[in-house]
Design a protein around this ligand. Structure first.
Ligand SMILES: *[C@@H]1O[C@H](CO)[C@@H](O)[C@H](O)[C@H]1NC(C)=O
Ligand SMILES: *[C@@H]1O[C@H](CO)[C@@H](O)[C@H](O)[C@H]1NC(C)=O
Ligand SMILES: *[C@@H]1O[C@H](CO)[C@@H](O)[C@H](O)[C@H]1NC(C)=O
Ligand SMILES: *[C@@H]1O[C@H](CO)[C@@H](O)[C@H](O)[C@H]1NC(C)=O
Ligand SMILES: *[C@@H]1O[C@H](CO)[C@@H](O)[C@H](O)[C@H]1NC(C)=O
Ligand SMILES: *[C@@H]1O[C@H](CO)[C@@H](O)[C@H](O)[C@H]1NC(C)=O
Ligand SMILES: *[C@@H]1O[C@H](CO)[C@@H](O)[C@H](O)[C@H]1NC(C)=O
Ligand SMILES: *[C@@H]1O[C@H](CO)[C@@H](O)[C@H](O)[C@H]1NC(C)=O
Ligand SMILES: *[C@@H]1O[C@H](CO)[C@@H](O)[C@H](O)[C@H]1NC(C)=O
Length: 815
């Protein structure tokens, strides 16, 4: 999503000044150009027209709130309606102005998916990819409830979270970490529970970015040499089945949970901009999925007024077009919506009904979540931390807000929760010779620039050399009110346990220059911990999958002299680990971005207070080239308006679906993770839950949020017994995969995740786990009939501990 407003205004100015602002990629970067191919453009190049925009019906318990919204809208003037659908500068990331005469105090929209970003005395939660690694449904929900409470207490009506676009098609995409996993099922579960959590806390959730927003660079139109809009934003071109089975899937979970808002994305979809694509917004989202809330634009993602409203856009954010430069007197701040809505209704280009529908969609979730009753005031510190540009202040009436108490502490006991969640999301990838858990080491040597405090201050929006990475950058970044570093947590623990010796080196360059014989002051330490990291941020895709700041070289250097070297990685996703088979590397931990208790959650796992139970939400391959199946499109040496095309030719085969299809050996597969104990699975049984015959196609029913309600009905239940066969208590993550029949649709993945649970078991403990298979789980998208269809023939169920460690099997045939 959006960077800080003043920052973006500066960006606009710089684009205008430079005339040619194609993002560059440094030498050696993973770089592809996929020029326009008119043959293919003919096929994908336009999105089918779907009009008119479906009206809100209130389906799914929103009828009463819709009545209130209609009553509210009926009393508004046309100018007021235009205000309701258009952002303006103000204290929050996005602002809808109050209408005092109606007792409506406006809407405050705040970033982002890991925390309320423009705030102090607030928490930084584990990032999306981190909590996805917990594979723990309760934690996914609890995290969002806690986060939602912080948003609400700071006066934010709308959280610009959660994210599931990008899904993670490319390992390089800069924003994967804000979302969950390239697996749509895991992402769908996380998405649904995150929406439910935020909304149960009284805050509107925003599912973003809709849709196919799978890369950062080229995401916006860019000025070419002739000072005209030469380069249209990259177009993500995907076929209908891929759209449904991968990218739309988790959005369906969000809509099923009655998400209040959906944010349309920057890039184009089949040639048409995300915020004016009628097939995507009117067709897929509002018609097929029955979405009842409102579509808001990503910041500056609106490129037309009437066309966008007709295509399903309901709210323009932040309310000014990217192409305009805002002058200090405020001129130029004119939305494609705003005054144009009034004009367009008056001159008959857009119907009054469409505009009413837009406002009704905005106000219905507001009433449903009772945001009209005693909603907290906006914390004035948000305004200051956002650093308003002068032109913004011109528009904003500060009076109403400055009297509210500032810098309110909203953290409650969330630190405990974050510590627990991040520890449960920590993935142990290697543990040789039972090196972990640590047993009161007397001497601990810590190496690496990820270990200590940042030297850059509390808002780590951009990459920095010194300091722990506990969250990523861009609009998903967050300001740290507290940040427990790994070094601090190790020092505290060492002090508490017999005053162990802790020595540390935090400068990677210096470590690499050290004489190996001087790496230790005396004899070899009990343990060497190498803290490594890699950065990911909105606005840029990753240039490499390697650990940054020579992290792997630092590991090699330390491991060449220390026979008990442990590697901890803080990163936004996939990293290459060339040291994985090094005999002196005894342990590898992937902790992702753990949030503000980073050090404590790491130490809890390393010292065995918490038995690791995180599992990989993606696949770590052997080589970067293994990920070339879904290249990022770059336009460094190209010229044409339409040249930025991204062909989703790999179709359904991303991440493990690709590696399984090509039978590629990988380093650590999707779903993998170690524990300090061992588990066994047994007695898989399959029960048909549905009574009577099951038809291949769902019965036609009225569309409810999430689509045809029949898709969400449980048809089968799989039971399996899980045993803790080891010597300590721990949490197991049994996983269920489905394989479609031979005679099923062509080009179907070998197996796909369709169930997971996390259960805690004491030694010798055992428990039955149930996986419920809904109709959607055992169907594929039949493009010809435009329905989810259950294939004919025998469906295979595999249960196990990862996508490649499957131990129990069963089959059933639907009839
Ligand atoms: C364009 O795509 C078509 C169909 O896939 C292919 O046959 C043709 O070779 C492509 N042309 C270019 C110039 O890449
Ligand atoms: C994109 O184009 C493909 C191929 O023509 C089509 O199947 C699909 O429905 C289109 N999707 C959208 C959102 O336009
Ligand atoms: C209509 O939209 C255009 C493009 O953003 C803008 O320049 C113009 O000022 C708008 N008109 C009004 C009345 O807001
Ligand atoms: C009506 O107003 C809209 C919004 O300003 C404008 O885009 C459109 O061209 C106008 N149409 C006519 C027929 O004047
Ligand atoms: C890190 O070490 C290198 C090499 O010794 C040195 O040039 C650099 O100044 C050091 N950086 C800091 C911040 O101390
Ligand atoms: C492992 O560490 C020992 C020091 O204990 C060192 O002698 C040996 O060379 C190291 N092994 C490798 C492969 O670097
Ligand atoms: C881009 O356009 C310029 C100016 O017309 C031309 O000189 C150059 O060769 C073009 N580059 C490519 C890659 O087509
Ligand atoms: C996949 O690769 C493994 C190991 O390389 C091999 O044993 C197996 O036969 C292959 N499977 C298929 C279906 O090609
Ligand atoms: C599991 O299956 C075995 C063999 O069929 C059976 O003896 C045992 O009772 C089953 N255990 C449970 C808990 O159902």
């Amino acid at each position: 999503m959006h960077l800080k407003l003043h920052f973006l205004s500066a960006l606009v100015a710089s684009i205008v000044a430079q005339h040619y602002a194609v993002p560059n990629r440094p030498e050696g970067a993973f770089s592809y150009i996929q020029p326009a191919n008119t043959t293919i453009l003919g096929q994908y190049g336009h999105s089918p027209a779907v009009y008119p925009s479906p009206r809100i019906s209130g389906a799914g318990r929103w009828e009463e709130s819709l009545r209130k919204a209609r009553k509210f809208v009926a009393e508004l003037t046309l100018e007021e309606k235009a205000t309701m659908v258009t952002g303006k500068p103000g204290p929050c990331t996005g602002n809808i102005y109050p209408i005092h005469r109606m007792g409506f105090s406006g809407l405050c929209l705040q970033d982002g998916p890991a925390a309320i970003r423009n705030a102090d005395y607030s928490s930084v939660f584990p990032a999306g990819v981190t909590i996805a690694s917990s594979w723990d449904r309760k934690m996914m929900y609890d995290r969002s409830v806690a986060m939602g409470r912080e948003f609400k207490s700071k006066g934010a009506h709308i959280a610009l979270a959660p994210a599931v676009g990008p899904l993670g098609r490319s390992a390089y995409s800069g924003r994967n970490w804000e979302g969950f996993s390239p697996d749509p099922y895991l992402s769908g579960v996380a998405m649904g529970l995150s929406v439910r959590g935020l909304q149960d806390a009284g805050v509107q959730a925003t599912a973003k970015h809709f849709i196919l927003n799978e890369q950062e660079i080229l995401r916006n139109p860019t000025l070419g040499r002739t000072n005209d809009w030469v380069f249209e934003a990259v177009s993500s071109n995907a076929d209908d089945r891929t759209m449904h089975e991968l990218y739309l899937w988790p959005f369906a979970n969000a809509v099923h949970e009655q998400v209040s808002a959906v944010m349309c994305s920057y890039q184009r979809i089949n040639g048409s901009y995300g915020c004016q694509n009628s097939k995507a917004l009117n067709g897929l989202l509002k018609e097929e999925l029955g979405f009842q809330g409102y579509v808001m634009s990503d910041w500056f993602a609106t490129h037309a007024g009437v066309a966008s409203m007709e295509a399903g856009l309901d709210m323009d954010m932040p309310g000014t077009p990217l192409r305009k430069v805002i002058l200090p007197d405020g001129s130029g701040y004119n939305s494609y919506l705003g005054g144009n809505v009034t004009l367009a209704v008056r001159n008959g280009t857009i119907s009054k009904e469409r505009v009413n529908d837009m406002v009704e969609r905005i106000m219905t979730p507001y009433f449903f979540l009772k945001q009209n009753q005693n909603f907290p005031t906006i914390d004035p510190s948000s305004m200051k931390l956002k650093a308003l540009a002068p032109s913004e202040q011109l528009f904003y009436d500060w009076e109403a807000e400055v009297t509210a108490p500032a810098s309110r502490d909203v953290r409650d006991d969330h630190g405990q929760l974050i510590r627990k969640h991040a520890a449960a999301s920590t993935i142990l990838l290697k543990n040789e010779k039972n090196a972990l858990p640590l047993r009161s080491p007397k001497s601990i040597y810590v190496y690496g620039n990820d270990a200590g405090d940042t030297t850059q201050g509390p808002l780590n929006q951009e990459e920095y050399e010194f300091g722990n990475y506990a969250v990523g950058g861009g609009s998903g970044a967050a300001r740290f009110s507290e940040h427990v570093t790994p070094l601090r947590a190790i020092q505290e623990r060492a002090a508490a346990q017999g005053n162990a010796l802790v020595q540390f080196w935090l400068n990677n360059t210096q470590i690499l220059e050290m004489d190996p014989s001087s790496m230790f002051s005396t004899e070899e330490p009990d343990v060497c911990i190498v803290m490594t990291k890699s950065w990911a941020s909105e606005g840029w895709d990753r240039e490499t999958l390697d650990l940054e700041w020579e992290g792997s070289a630092v590991v090699d250097k330390v491991a060449s002299v220390c026979s008990n070297t442990m590697v901890v990685i803080h990163s936004g996703g996939i990293n290459m680990m060339p040291f994985a088979s090094h005999p002196n590397v005894t342990a590898i931990i992937a902790a992702h971005y753990p949030g503000d208790q980073a050090g404590y959650s790491m130490v809890d796992v390393m010292y065995g207070d918490v038995n690791p139970s995180g599992r990989l939400p993606y696949t770590i391959a052997h080589n970067p080239t293994d990920y070339e199946f879904a290249p990022i499109t770059t336009g460094v040496t190209t010229n044409g308006t339409e040249d930025w095309q991204s062909w989703f030719d790999e179709k359904l085969f991303i991440d493990y679906r690709h590696f399984d299809k090509t039978n590629t050996s990988v380093l650590y597969e999707f779903g993998f993770g170690l524990s300090y104990t061992t588990f066994a699975l047994s007695n898989l049984t399959i029960h048909k839950v549905a009574t009577g015959d099951i038809e291949a196609l769902p019965k036609k029913q009225d569309i409810a949020p999430g689509g045809n309600p029949a898709l969400w009905e449980t048809l089968y239940k799989i039971e399996i017994m899980v045993h803790n066969t080891g010597h300590v208590r721990g949490a197991a993550v049994p996983q269920l995969y489905i394989t479609f029949p031979e005679q099923g649709p062509d080009d179907t993945p070998v197996r796909q995740l369709r169930g997971f649970e996390k259960i805690e078991l004491s030694t010798c403990g055992q428990q039955t786990v149930n996986f419920e298979l809904m109709r959607r789980d055992i169907s594929y998208w039949d493009v010809a009939v435009q329905q989810w269809r259950i294939p004919e023939g025998e469906i295979t169920i595999s249960a196990g501990w990862s996508s490649r460690d499957l131990v129990e099997f069963g089959t059933f045939t639907v009839a």
